[in-house]
Structure formats: C-alpha cells, structure tokens
Ligand binder design. Structure first.
Ligand code: 5AD
Ligand code: FES
Length: 341
C-alpha cells in the first residue's frame, strides 16, 4: 500500500493517479490533499479568480431528475421563462458589473428553439464577453448552431458515471447519451465543462473515483463539483448527509491534482451547506466563482436545492461581496475572459 505522501508526490509530478490511489486520497482526512491542490492551482493558474455572471433564464424542465427541485413532477414550483430581450438585458447588466463571462442556464425547456437561442447568443456576444451555455441535452446540430452563433463554452455535468445510479436518478435518460453530448460538444470546439454531484444516496466512493478518472479522460476544460443537498419536494428529501461537504471538497481537490490548469469553480452548493464554503474551496484548488445576476424575484424560483445563498441580495451587492472575499484571502478578480485553452 502506497503511503499518502507518495501518492501526493506522484500526483504533483505526473498529474496521473490510479483508481486505488485516488481512493486513498478520498479516504484520507483531506488536509494534505487540500494543501497540494492549492499549491498546484497557484503554480498553474495563479491567484486570479474568474467571475462568471450566471443567468438562470427558465426554471421550466421536462426532466424528472430525482434530486432536483425543478423536476417536472414538482408542482409546487412557480415556473417562469424569460424572453430573449430580458435575457440579453440581464447580460448587459452583467457586463456592466464587470463580468467577462456570462453563463446561461435553464431547465430542459424546449420553448427556446434554435432560432430563439441563436438570437440570444448573438445579442450577448455583441457585449464583448465570453458566453457559456448550460441548457442540457441537445442533438448535434443544435450544439453546432449555437457554436456557429458564437457560444464559447458548454456546461453539462455527467452527475455520476455509475451506470446503475445514473438510471435510478434520471428517469428516461441514459448515461450513454449524456456522454455522447459531452463528446459532441468537445468535437465542435467548445470549451467543455462537466462535473458531478457528491453524496447521492447509494453513491460509492469507488464511483466518485471513476467520475474523477472520467474527467481526466474527457480532458475537460472546467469541472464543477457540488455536494448533494436534499430538496423537500423531491423523492430524496430525507437523504441529508453532513459528510457531503468534505467529500465534495476532496473530489474537487483531486480533480485539481489530475487536471492542473483547468477552471474549477467554488460552487454555490458548497457555500449553501458551509458559510465559508467558497473561501474554503478557493483555498483547496478552485479558481472560479459564479455569482447570480438575476433579480431576487426570479432567483428565488430557481430552487434546484433549498436555502441557496444570496437570494435576497441584489446582483451589485454580490459582485462587491465576492470581490471582498477573494481579496481577503490574498487573491484578486481576474480581468481576462478566463479561457482554458
Ligand atoms: N443538490 C445539489 N446540487 C444539485 N443539482 C441539482 N439538484 C441538486 C441538489 N439537490 C446540480 C446538478 C446540476 C446543477 C445545475 O445543479 O449537478 O447539473
Ligand atoms: Fe451574494 Fe456575498 S456573494 S452577498
């Protein structure tokens, strides 16, 4: 059995680990792992933190993912959909706040057809910002149309690479198709973002190690890792596990070891279950934060999981707050668009 220190040394030199070595890291207390992830982050991407302004433009979703508060069977959600001009207006506000990337996220909502999406994309790309889409599973031609219209990056978490767990969590969806989406996005020349949930019921540590190896094999440009947080109006409402924060942090830090120069967000879910979550993540390998730029009325309705942070804060306040937090740990807000490649 290789010791923890040997594994960390190997990771530092080679950025490659076996599944067994990853498991040793995930079963450790994390302290040394976080330290090394922070060092590798500093040496490879520096002290700049990229801010990405997030616009959650529709909470309407045709899917029924067991963990997600926005799943279609949840009738308690007050649904909304923003029109293309409203979305572009939010993006303008984001650009004025100094965000160099705008992220458009929504449920799996077919209201936005190719023509509507391309209009939105072209409108936002006039603002001299990078544009990330996070709007779910589409066919190849649709991804191609959005790329041609000017989208730069696409985010689609694999959620879990455990075939059986994937099936349990995602009615009428398939892991195979999800992987195909990621490969299509990559082949079209997008920067590819993915990631997983940590702490789903029946999720094993072995499968988390597989998730990490999948991100390495995909050669992702961005990986977001979040703890699972039970939503009261979903079938998983009683599956709270306080260990999810630490495990999510360990998975995130291990990703930094294997993919030393990619973009890794300190996720909102981390801060939701730990008041210092984003600072801790930024000190354990992360180099990105994604503040919300919606008004409070819409923000509250985008309840993927409960008790999301900043629901009553104005977007301008979050912009200042997050900059102050970043400066408080000796880091700075990056002035670039923050491309990986
Ligand atoms: N807790 C934490 N994260 C969640 N997501 C969905 N539901 C939850 C939950 N209950 C994550 C998924 C999705 C991202 C937008 O939000 O990983 O990809
Ligand atoms: Fe919203 Fe701190 S980031 S108030």
């Amino acid at each position: 059995m290789t010791s923890l220190n040997n594994i960390l040394e190997k990771a530092y030199k080679e950025h490659n680990l076996s599944k067994e070595e990853i498991l040793t890291l995930l079963n450790s207390d994390g302290k040394e792992l976080y330290k090394l992830a922070n060092k590798i982050r500093k040496e490879n991407v520096g002290d700049g933190v990229h801010l990405r302004g997030l616009i959650e433009f529709s909470n309407i979703c045709k899917s029924a993912c067991k963990y997600c508060g926005l799943r279609s069977p949840n009738t308690k959600v007050e649904r909304y959909r923003l029109e293309p001009d409203e979305i572009i207006n939010y993006a303008k506000q984001g650009a004025e706040l100094g965000y160099k990337t705008i992220v458009l996220q929504s449920g799996e909502d077919n209201y936005y057809d190719v023509d509507k999406m391309c209009d939105i994309i072209k409108g936002i790309k006039k603002l001299d910002v990078a544009l990330t889409l996070s709007i779910g599973e589409k066919i190849y031609d649709e991804y191609k149309a959005y790329k041609d219209a000017g989208a730069d990056r696409y985010l689609i978490r694999i959620e879990t690479t455990d075939e059986e767990l994937y099936k349990q969590m995602h009615p009428n969806m398939s892991l195979k198709n999800r992987k195909q989406c990621l490969y299509n996005i990559k082949s079209l020349g997008y920067e590819v973002g993915s990631g997983c949930l940590v702490g789903l019921p029946n999720q094993t540590i072995e499968s988390l190690a597989d998730d990490i190896l999948f991100f390495k094999e995909l050669d992702a440009d961005m990986i977001g890792i979040g703890p699972f947080i039970p939503h009261p109006d979903t079938p998983l409402k009683s599956e709270l596990n306080p260990k999810n924060f630490d495990m999510a942090l360990k998975v995130m830090a291990t990703v930094r070891l294997l993919l030393p120069d990619i973009n890794i967000p300190a996720t909102t879910a981390m801060e939701t279950i730990n008041p210092m979550g984003r600072i801790i993540a930024l000190n354990s390998g992360a180099n990105v934060v994604m503040p919300n730029i919606l008004d409070t009325e819409h923000k509250k309705k985008y309840e993927i999981y409960p008790n999301k942070i900043c629901l009553n804060e104005h977007s301008g306040k979050c912009r200042n707050c997050i900059e102050a937090k970043i400066k408080s740990i000796g880091r700075f807000v990056s002035e670039t668009k923050g491309f990986h490649r």
